[in-house]
Design a protein around this ligand. Sequence first.
Ligand SMILES: NC(=O)C[C@H](N)C(=O)O
Length: 338
Amino acid sequence: MTPFRARARSGAAHPRVLVLTTGGTIAAVRGSDGGLAPAVDAADLRSTLPSPLLERVNVEARALMSVDSAAMDVTSAYAIARHVAAASAGDAVDGIVVTHGTDTMEETALLTDLVLARGGRRRVRVVFTGAQRGADQPGADGPGNLARAVDTASGPAADSEAGVLIAFAGRTMPAWGTRKLSTVDLDAFAAWPDRHEAEQSRRRALAAVPGGGLATGSLPRVDTVALYPGSDAVVIDACRAAGARGIVLEAMGAGNANAAAVRAVRAAAAAGVAVVVTTRVPHGPAFADYGGGGGGTNLARAGAVFSPVLRAGQARILLAALLAAGVGHGEVTRAFTG
Ligand SMILES: NC(=O)C[C@H](N)C(=O)O
């Protein structure tokens, strides 16, 4: 591995890409207990990159952590976001790749986008990637994904305006609005189909998140509640009792619930808990359309804010970031809905 400083002294004009490794399936092998777990270190991940790419791009790989992304908490996600922000602040790198588990890549990528955006204009490309198959599995997709991510990260900095990217299965997508949609397909992620709509959603949110809020390093408790036919107020009430400052409702259809949920949302809103509505349906926007006592319009009247683009995972991060910044109902509405 050639450290960046040595390359800089040699005057080499190659783009410099820092690969920060965090674990996930891209670094996982099957252990003696039969389960996949991260074990491959940063140097070994780097060694999978093809020689022509390494001749063109100066790549340094550094381990941040080695965990399955489903086991990450806000502290881990913050640690990653802050490392990316610190590494991108100076002139040492032209691009940053984060290798990450796919289960919660969309959350950490969105948090990283928010943390970077409050620092002003980003000067480097930041690309998340991972894998669906372990490093020791036949047809492992990690090496190809990593190569694509490094290649993308080495591109012109001006293109970083779109925010944090996810490179996966030969495609590069903006992290904002992108979700994991398959547990097994190599093409695991789906971007929001309308890029312009996703970008509008991102700009709206970034304009609403005040700078200082994300500097705290901790996010308030925001819970996700999945709604289903016959669901009652028990879980929503329990979240409030546990001290949640926000609740993301994964509602049915376009964003519908039932009368019990609407009552619980009204009580939560009256107690100062921010409620955001998304949907369990994979495609299409969430919006207030139906009535009848438990529909989306009833949820909205009870004080809930609709998240048309961001699904539960990313909506939860954005809501927590907004609440960390101390914003009120008006800004939460502006951030999600406009
Ligand atoms: N494909 C993966 O990376 C899944 C793994 N459980 C993780 O998120 O770390």
